[in-house]
Design a protein around this ligand. Structure first.
Ligand SMILES: *Cc1c(COP(=O)(O)O)cnc(C)c1O
Length: 378
């Protein structure tokens, strides 16, 4: 197969339909198992000639999603899981065993922090949370098996130095796993930058329509084979219908990211020129294609935050992100609610901070709606 560009691959990532009636859209294999002509036919599953036996082990729709994202990330293989969290866990299981140590960025997604700090710790996998802009290599130990970070962080959209990290890790023979949810493979491809495993909450940009909870893990064929085995054992596979929805989303990933990034740039520019804004967090230089669709804005004390949220009109308040519709969230009372005050303040998450997930609407309406809500909150 000749190499194709991203926008083409994101539409044509499916394997060929081998069914007799070839439908244009992918059918949903909403089935728990697959049937066989006779015992010899079934034997072919075990010899590897037939791909499917039981949906928990594998299903065409979940394969489409795992392999589709792998194609876009330029990784060897991928699996789809029940959520972003179970994709992270499958990746950790592929690399770590009891007695191993993880070095993770302190500003990782809240759920990831909990998973590492509360759950993995119970099974003898300890995590050191570090400031990746500081002397993080000092946290590396004899038994460090994994370095874990995010390509773009939440909510202050810090862009990680992925190449420097993967280079450091390679020299020490430590695996690197990167959460690429915010950047998506449209903007950044951590596997090409040397990461061993890349995870996505496909609930976010890959699904793109706020109607599915799903995860994807991609990486080398060897590590994905291990992760697939632990996913099968844990039963954290994705349902065929959810996989089908996420695949439908994936087809427009490039289009959505292009529009959402340019809308985010316009909103970031408008807000940074606004007299009642102290700071806009929106990265520059993430990729040639844009800088993503997440931004955070810190308002002056004059802006009454409760009134601002209540005045946003059609913009939704939601503790999630990445859909085609613009939404806002309040990190202080959602994602960072349980983070101790000192840590929160050190991270720069205060009461005037609002996170914005920019959608595909007309940028003029978007800017007007923010300006009107600010005006009402003074
Ligand atoms: C939402 C999210 C997750 C968790 O994904 P789920 O699909 O909710 O399990 C992990 N990482 C990041 C960056 C996220 O935004």
């Amino acid at each position: 197969m000749t190499e194709r560009y991203f926008n083409t691959k994101s539409v044509h990532f499916y394997s060929k339909d081998k069914a007799e009636n070839k439908s244009k859209a992918r059918p949903i294999y909403q089935t728990s198992a697959f049937v066989f002509e006779d015992l010899e036919d079934m034997e072919q599953y075990f010899t590897g000639e037939k791909p499917y036996l039981y949906s928990r082990y594998g299903n065409p729709n979940t394969d489409d999603l795992g392999k589709g994202v792998a194609l876009l990330e330029e990784a060897e293989d991928g699996i789809a899981t029940s959520s972003g969290m179970s994709a992270i866990l499958a990746g950790v299981f592929a690399v770590c065993k009891s007695g191993d140590h993880i070095v993770a960025a302190v500003d990782v997604y809240g759920g990831t922090y909990q998973l590492f700090a509360s759950e993995l710790a119970k099974y003898g996998v300890e995590t050191s949370f570090v400031n990746m802009n500081g002397n993080w290599t000092e946290a590396i130990r004899e038994n460090t098996a994994l370095i874990y970070t995010e390509s773009i962080t939440n909510p202050l959209v810090r862009v990680e130095e992925l190449e420097a990290i993967t280079q450091e890790a390679k020299e020490r023979k430590i695996a690197v796993m990167v959460d690429n949810t915010f950047a998506t493979p449209y903007l950044l491809q951590p596997y090409s930058l040397g990461a061993d495993l890349v995870i996505h909450s496909a609930t976010k940009y890959i699904g793109g329509h706020s109607d599915v909870t799903a995860g994807v893990l991609v990486g080398s064929a060897e590590l994905i084979a291990k992760a697939r085995a632990s996913m099968i054992n844990a039963g954290s596979n994705l349902s065929p219908f959810e996989a089908w929805l996420a695949c439908r989303g994936l087809k427009t990933l490039a289009l959505r990211m292009e529009r959402q990034s340019s809308n985010a740039q316009s909103l970031a520019t408008a807000l940074s020129e606004h007299p009642y804004v102290t700071q806009v967090y929106y990265p520059q230089g993430v990729s040639e294609k844009g800088n993503g669709a997440m931004l955070s804005v810190e308002f002056k004390e004059d802006v009454h935050i409760e009134t601002f949220f209540a005045s946003l009109d059609w913009i939704k308040i939601a503790p999630t992100l990445a859909g085609v519709e613009t939404s806002v969230s309040y990190p202080l009372r959602t994602s960072h609610r349980s983070v101790p005050k000192e840590v929160r303040e050190a991270l720069g998450i205060g009461k005037q901070l609002v996170r914005v997930s920019v959608g595909v609407e007309d940028e003029r309406d978007l800017v007007a709606s923010f300006e009107a809500a600010i005006a009402k909150s003074l």
